[in-house]
Ligand binder design. Structure first.
Ligand code: NDP
Length: 237
């Protein structure tokens, strides 16, 4: 199978689990992150024909360059996963404007830039599938996460609009919205306390999210959907 899957934020956490699952299914995977060494190590763990690329999704020339390199070394991108994200919890009144801008650049603008870069190829090949990683807080909001929630809510609006815009070109765009998942991003949280609100009684694992992402990537008749993967947390908040 020669289809290519680009995973932005694929070097660690949720993106890494998606990359592993897609590689196991026989797709060629591009692992993309700012830290090229870590991305290379992850690509190496997958074995086979998978490659790593260094890129900051917040920078348009980086993103365009990465798409050019991916096409040169792996071929045209069929699947795109946007898992690159950062989270700096703070109350809005204590958040510096520069922090607002830099979070939105990575969490929202970054996905817009990668989707835009992917469109050229996907329109040309009349097909493609994109999954953007949102968050349950983008749907529900969370105190101390106004900027993060706004970015993730924006991603839902963006993804649904793009899904409408490109459906006739057989390009699908969906969102997976996770709850609390065990990754570097959540390791500072007080799990014992937080998991009391989760009906399934635990934080999720990256593989729990990866299965949902791969399901949407491969589902030919689903577009504009937001799939929540949160152990039932949305039922309680
Ligand atoms: P991690 O911190 O474990 O991994 C983040 C990944 O994104 C890394 O590969 C990191 O690599 C990359 N990354 C971060 N900033 C950039 C950037 N500017 N350009 C390119 N790559 C970047 O996070 P998670 O796996 O937990 O999160 C993945 C996604 O899921 C994020 O969008 C996050 O918001 C979302 N999410 C996570 C939840 C959780 O509970 N963990 C819950 C809900 C949503 P590098 O640092 O080298 O660039």
């Amino acid at each position: 199978m020669n289809k290519v899957c680009a995973v932005f934020g694929g070097s660690r956490g949720i993106g890494k689990a998606v990359a592993q699952l897609m590689a196991r299914k026989g797709y060629r995977v591009a692992i993309i992150a700012r830290n090229l060494e870590v991305a290379k190590a992850t690509a190496g763990e997958l074995g086979g024909d998978h490659l790593a690329f260094g890129c900051d999704v917040a920078k348009e020339h980086d993103v365009q360059n990465t798409f050019r390199e991916m096409e040169k070394h792996l071929g045209q991108v069929n699947f795109l996963v946007n898992a690159a994200g950062v989270n700096r919890d703070s109350l809005l009144v204590r958040t510096e404007s520069e922090d607002i801008v830099s979070q939105l650049h990575t969490n929202l603008l970054g996905s817009m830039l990668t989707c835009k870069a992917a469109m050229r190829t996907m329109i040309q090949q009349q097909g493609g599938s994109i999954v953007n990683i949102g968050s349950i807080v983008g749907l529900k909001g969370n105190s101390g996460q106004t900027v993060y929630s706004a970015g993730k809510a924006g991603l839902v609006g963006f993804s649904r609009a793009l899904a409408k815009e490109v459906a006739r070109k057989k390009i699908r765009v969906n969102v997976v919205a996770p709850g609390f998942i065990h990754t570097d991003m959540t390791k500072h949280l007080k799990e014992e306390h937080l998991k009391q609100n989760i009906p399934l009684g635990r934080f999720g694992e990256t593989i729990d999210v990866a299965h949902a992402v791969v399901f949407l990537l491969e589902s030919p008749y689903i577009t504009g959907h937001v799939l929540v993967v949160d152990g039932g947390l949305q039922l309680t908040i």
